[in-house]
Ligand binder design. Structure first.
Ligand code: PLP
Length: 211
């Protein structure tokens, strides 16, 4: 996996060190995660706060944990306590809750704004046309935004979405681009991803959720 990411980066004239592999450990059995840790992987992604608390709250201090799923405002306190990066900031109410919790707790995870590049009604994320204003609002609230994240529509080629995310990031002075999953991470690296979120291609198939 790291070999293929590095090759895709070099091919695009980028440095392999500029791309972080986020190992998406949601719904994976502990033994596979242990094996990944033993192999040296240190950055992991989870999409549910509760599941992540169960798995990672006593984690070793050199593990970086990223929230890549929706965040409800009633989970903000727990999320800020647990995660190093929150990639799914997508609405004003959440931005305000995060700003308040950062002030209260003294902790401030890095933040990415999620953009709904396909403008899919069922999907989270800020509409592309509203992203500049939303980033400005977050900055007004005192939040530092590190980058943008997207999940392209499943039934479309991802290139247009990755390019759109890179364009919006560039005009807002944002460096981080969280894009690319198991099926398209090499394409994402070619188009500028600074992190790719890979689950099944790395760990194998996920277990069904309980309940
Ligand atoms: C589950 C998930 C992934 C990883 O998906 P794979 O196709 O298994 O690589 C990446 N990003 C998000 C937001 C996810 O929820």
């Amino acid at each position: 996996m790291l070999d293929r990411i590095a090759a895709a980066a070099r091919e695009a004239g980028r440095s392999p060190g500029d791309v972080t592999l986020v190992a998406v450990s949601k719904q994976q059995p502990d033994d596979r995660i242990d094996a990944m840790l033993a192999a040296g992987q240190r950055v992991f992604g989870e999409n549910r706060v509760q599941e992540a608390i169960g798995r990672w709250s006593g984690r070793r201090s050199d593990v970086e944990l990223r929230l890549i799923g929706p965040l409800q405002t009633n989970k903000v306190r727990e999320a800020v306590a647990l995660f190093d990066v929150i990639e799914t900031l997508d609405r004003e109410k959440l931005a305000r809750a995060l700003a308040a919790e950062f002030a209260r707790s003294g902790r401030s995870p890095r933040l990415y704004v999620q953009v709904n590049t396909g403008e899919e009604p069922q999907k989270a994320g800020v509409a592309p046309g509203e992203t500049d204003a939303f980033v400005a609002l977050c900055r007004d609230l005192g939040l530092r935004i590190d980058g943008l994240m997207c999940i392209p529509p499943e039934d479309e080629a991802p290139e247009r979405h990755f390019r759109m995310l890179a364009t919006i990031a560039a005009r807002n002075g944002l460096i981080g681009l969280s894009m690319g999953m198991s099926a398209d991470y090499e394409t994402a690296v070619a188009l500028g991803a600074t992190s790719v979120r890979v689950g099944s291609a790395l760990f194998g198939g996920r277990l069904p959720r309980q309940g």
